[in-house]
Design a binder for this molecule. Structure first.
Ligand SMILES: Nc1ncnc2c1ncn2[C@@H]1O[C@H](COP(=O)(O)OP(=O)(O)OP(=O)(O)O)[C@@H](O)[C@H]1O
Ligand SMILES: [Mg+2]
Length: 480
């Protein structure tokens, strides 16, 4: 039997385009420009699938979704909208739409969605209370143009399994976006498993990712499941992917290409179904140029790039974010605070090296430390001065010294961590950051000649060799 598709959109040209495309694909189609007609058809038991716009002259298509689900739980609804905020996308999903498509959409994508919707097994109906409770906790605050663009992308990819690469400075919300991709995507019922490459000792990363067999290495007392396996049916979030050591990169690439892996010390290949989301605050292209990140792995992961802008590039989001964090404080039992206009202006003028996390921490500090309910400009100025005072801004015209540059980076690094405290082992991590480019550049300057490089560096040859190995610096010989 041919499936009948009901299309509602107040834009005649869209009705025509959709009608033609669907008819060509062998479906029967009925189109209307009003929600009322669509609703009548649904009540009359017509159609096997609904495709509806959000803004229509008589009623909002999103409001129709729960009503349709109530009277005909088996009837799939695909929502499309030009208002691509995360809210629209998420509301559509939460109210029980099968899929959300931001306009303009790709016809092939739409046809694929229609095919999937008609083939999908019936979904359990959600109670309206459930749907409403969910709606309260929309995760991403901010309506700046830059964030709208992000929501658009997020909304688009929630309907797919495409690999997403999230980049952005520390504290810009990369993890939050990764979670939103999972929570509002088709895999939300599955696990969300995160692994942070920067927080795990390098030699343990492969075993963390792929698991290990008993006795695979000293200390491997039992068989252990890796994160890949734990994430089966859900999302694997590879955080700080730029910190992944080279051998692990090679292995990951192979796994992504072949769709299966073997655990450390294991033989039988394991097949899992995971969606990959990766994130980093580093410049991967620069790492590729320095030979520290595999270009082929980059292209595998960078299928859908999402770049989160630093907070200073979306200062119009600052007031809403500040309010959001102040009200979150209250829910945690901290006293209520209000910012006066001067305070808000002051916040907007600041550079926010630690981005949203720094703002969040400041709002918590305000609630904890200041007795007055209304926070004025002086308080903000004093609080921000603490951070800014010791921070020599590079003076225009005068070149920044290495020490100044390092200090600037370190300040941002500390500010970017919860309560200004990086994870343990920071000394070695930072020293390596400096040692690696130093040795690398010296090697380049000596055209790969390690004896000369050791001499220039003032290091013993064996020490240099050891460092090259430890820092995993690629050795290129005979450059000249
Ligand atoms: N748009 C936003 N709306 C509300 N909260 C946000 C937003 N962006 C970030 N946050 C909050 O700011 C904090 C930092 O965000 P998150 O941990 O996602 O950043 P990140 O980019 O992963 O940082 P890092 O690079 O340091 O890991 C979190 O507490 C998060 O909830
Ligand atoms: Mg993070």
């Amino acid at each position: 039997m041919t499936a009948t598709i009901l299309v509602a959109d107040d834009d005649r040209s869209i009705r025509t385009v959709l009608g033609q495309a669907l008819t060509r694909s062998g479906y029967q189609v009925r189109t209307t420009g009003t929600a009322a007609t669509l609703w009548r058809w649904v009540e009359d038991g017509e159609g096997d699938l609904v495709i509806t716009d959000v803004v229509m002259p008589d009623e909002n298509g999103l409001d129709l979704v729960p009503r349709i689900r109530r009277v005909r739980p088996d009837l799939r609804v695909v929502v499309m909208s030009a208002q691509s905020t995360l809210t629209t996308a998420v509301k559509a999903t939460q109210r029980g739409a099968f899929e959300y498509l931001p306009k303009p959409f790709d016809l092939n994508e739409l046809l694929a969605v229609v095919g999937r919707a008609l083939a999908a097994p019936p979904a359990p109906a959600e109670t309206p209370e459930q749907a409403e409770a969910e709606e309260e906790k929309l995760p991403l605050v901010g309506r700046s143009a830059a964030m709208q663009e992000i929501y658009r992308t997020v909304a688009r990819v929630t309907a797919t399994d495409l690999t997403v690469m999230i980049t952005g400075e520390s504290g810009t919300g990369k993890e939050l976006v990764a979670r939103a991709l999972h929570d509002y995507g088709a895999r939300r019922a599955g696990p969300f498993v995160a692994i942070n490459m920067a927080a795990i000792p390098r030699e343990l990363i492969e075993s963390e990712l792929f698991g290990h067999e008993r006795g695979a290495f000293t200390g491997a007392l039992n068989r252990s499941q890796g994160r890949f396996e734990q994430a089966n049916g859900g999302t694997l979030f590879l955080d700080e992917i730029g910190d992944m050591p080279p051998e692990a990169q090679t292995r990951l690439l192979r796994v992504l290409q072949e769709g299966e892996f073997t655990s450390v010390g294991g033989r039988t290949p394991v097949r899992v179904n995971v969606r990959i989301v990766a994130a980093t605050h580093r410049d991967l292209r620069a790492l590729i140029r320095q030979g520290l990140f595999r270009e082929d792995l980059f292209y595998r992961l960078n299928v859908v790039p999402i770049r989160l802008p630093p907070l200073r590039e979306r200062e119009e989001d600052i007031p809403a974010l500040a309010r959001h964090f102040l009200s979150a404080n209250r829910q945690k039992g901290l006293p209520a605070k209000i910012l006066d206009a001067g305070a808000v202006e002051r916040l907007k003028a600041y550079r926010w090296p630690g981005n949203v996390r720094e703002l969040e921490n400041l709002m918590r500090r305000l609630a904890a430390l200041y007795p007055q309910e209304t926070i004025g400009e002086e308080v903000i100025a004093a609080e921000l001065a603490e951070t800014v005072a010791g921070e020599p801004e590079p003076v225009a015209g005068e070149p920044e010294t290495l020490a100044q540059a390092v200090e600037r980076h370190l300040r941002a690094y500390f500010a970017g961590h919860k309560d200004g405290l990086p994870s343990p082992g920071v000394h070695d991590r930072i020293i390596q950051e400096i040692e690696r480019p130093l040795i690398q550049l010296t090697l380049t300057a000596t055209r790969g000649n390690q004896i000369r490089a050791a001499h220039v560096l003032g290091l013993n040859r064996n020490t240099l060799r050891k460092k090259i190995r430890e820092l995993e610096i690629p050795v290129v010989r005979g450059l000249g």
